[in-house]
Design a protein around this ligand. Structure first.
Ligand code: SAM
Length: 177
């Protein structure tokens, strides 16, 4: 009997894992941007580009499992704001928030719903398929001098401040509105 219960719990967990993975994979295809966490060295470089004050508003648009925002909260004590549409990384971010008691807020929402008019820093690691649209949103909503830090992909129409060599020939681009 006990063996049967354990058997069905394991089967249930496997099916649940497959379901979450399948939903997340489908969402990645629909969003046209896969969940690919920034590499450790690139996160370090990106964090080195900011000098926030305690009231700074820091966003990660398409924040994955929240690793950039959580590291910012640990380093500077400033909770950030993230938007993520893919279920698996979103659930991982929620788990981390619960277990490690982060105050960073992560929304299971389309990043195009974010209101960026108070943003001081925006992190992105998005592909060219949506980056033009994100640039338009930044130009329309952000105040002057908002800093935008993009992993790997250039953001059109913003003022480029700095390009830094990242891991595996990637680059980190720092812009200002
Ligand atoms: C390459 S990952 C980067 C994750 C994280 N920013 C990092 O650097 O580790 C891009 C993430 O953006 C999410 N994404 C893509 N389009 C989105 C949208 N319209 N709204 C919210 N999240 C989106 C994807 O689900 C994916 O997790």
């Amino acid at each position: 009997m006990l063996f049967q219960i354990i058997y069905w719990i394991i089967i249930g967990l496997i099916l649940f894992g497959i379901l979450i993975f399948g939903v997340s994979f489908t969402q990645s295809l629909i969003n046209k941007v896969p969940y690919l966490p920034s590499r450790k060295k690139n996160v370090q470089i990106m964090l080195d580009q900011i000098t926030p004050s305690k009231n700074s508003k820091i966003y990660d648009l398409g924040c994955g499992d929240g690793k950039i925002l959580f590291q910012i909260e640990s380093k500077f004590g400033i909770p950030g704001i993230g938007y993520e549409l893919s279920l698996l990384p979103y659930l991982i971010s929620k788990l981390k928030t619960l277990l490690l008691k982060y105050k960073t807020k992560i929304y299971f929402q389309n990043l195009f719903n974010a209101n960026l008019n108070n943003a001081d820093y925006i992190f992105i690691y998005l592909t060219p398929s949506i980056i033009q649209k994100v640039s338009n949103k930044i130009l329309k909503e952000c105040k002057l001098n908002t800093v935008i830090i993009s992993n790997t992909f250039k953001v059109p129409n913003l003022k480029l401040i700095k390009t830094i060599a990242g891991t595996n020939s990637t680059k980190i681009y720092v812009y200002k509105k």
